[in-house]
Write a protein that binds this ligand. Structure first.
Ligand code: 13P
Length: 251
């Protein structure tokens, strides 16, 4: 059985105080849920405080980004060990915003993923096509390229530990969710690519999340699909009720 995950990517939102309020609300609503794994990814500034607040709960915590070096002169960056010792179990890598706004390449995501895995963090590797790429019939080509580059030469045991998030860029923050059928088509394609490379046994074990305007009202339809193992949620993860509704759509 694949691990199901509902993850909240807070992006650049919530001060420490605001984050604590959100997490107290979430603890009341879904703090004891273990299946799916409930994960929150606050900004770096709030990680330690949120991790402390989560000590008596099942909710887990992740980073939104990571540098591949152990330490050194990389102003503004965060190392794997820093995430780990702040209480993180996961780290989001290659989010489309990082790719588009901060020029992150598949190669860079690949190096970061390997570093995260060797440090003991679970990488959540994001892929997804733009509207133009979809409309010109290039969705599969783009996904195959991003996955091939981002997961290049990962060992079988590392692949099993890695989570993939399919986030079509046109669905992020737009209110335009992919239909369950559109999402399932790409999730099935991703699993087939994994099976071609690693064999079907490993491909069946990899958790593949959908992200892009997921809400309480559309989550159940997405989660009903065979290859959709959870969600990576942006906007709707910023309110406890909204995020809990998505978690409860899977419980
Ligand atoms: P929204 O849920 O706001 O569309 O964001 C999705 C996302 O980018 C999660 O990483």
């Amino acid at each position: 059985m694949r691990q199901k995950i509902v993850a909240g990517n807070w992006k650049m939102n919530k001060t420490v105080v605001e984050g604590r309020v959100l997490i107290e609300g979430l603890k009341d609503l879904v703090g004891k849920v273990t299946d799916p794994v409930v994960l929150v990814c606050p900004p770096f500034t709030a990680l330690t405080e949120i991790a402390m607040s989560l000590k008596d709960s099942e909710i887990r915590i992740g980073g939104q980004h990571m540098h591949e070096a152990d330490s050194g002169a990389f102003t503004g960056e965060i190392a794997a060990e820093m995430l780990l010792t702040s209480g993180c179990s996961h780290v989001i890598l290659g989010h489309s915003e990082r790719r588009a706004l901060f020029s992150e390449t598949d190669e860079a995501v690949n190096i970061k993923a390997k570093k995260a895995l060797s440090a003991g963090l679970v990488p959540i590797v994001c892929v997804g096509e733009t509207l133009e790429e979809r409309e010109t019939g290039n969705t599969e080509k783009v996904i195959e390229g991003q996955l091939g580059g981002s997961l290049d030469s990962l060992s079988e045991s590392d692949m099993k530990k890695t989570v993939i998030a399919y986030e079509p860029v046109w669905a992020i923050g737009t209110g335009k969710t992919a239909t369950p059928e559109q999402a399932e088509e790409v999730h099935g394609f991703i699993r087939k690519l994994l099976a071609d490379k690693y064999g079907s046994k490993i491909a069946e074990e990899v958790t593949i999340l959908y992200g892009g305007s997921v809400k309480g009202s559309n989550a159940a339809g997405l989660f009903a699909k065979e290859n959709i193992d959870g969600a990576l949620v942006g906007g709707a993860s910023l309110k406890a009720d909204d995020f809990a509704a998505i978690v409860n759509a899977m419980v």
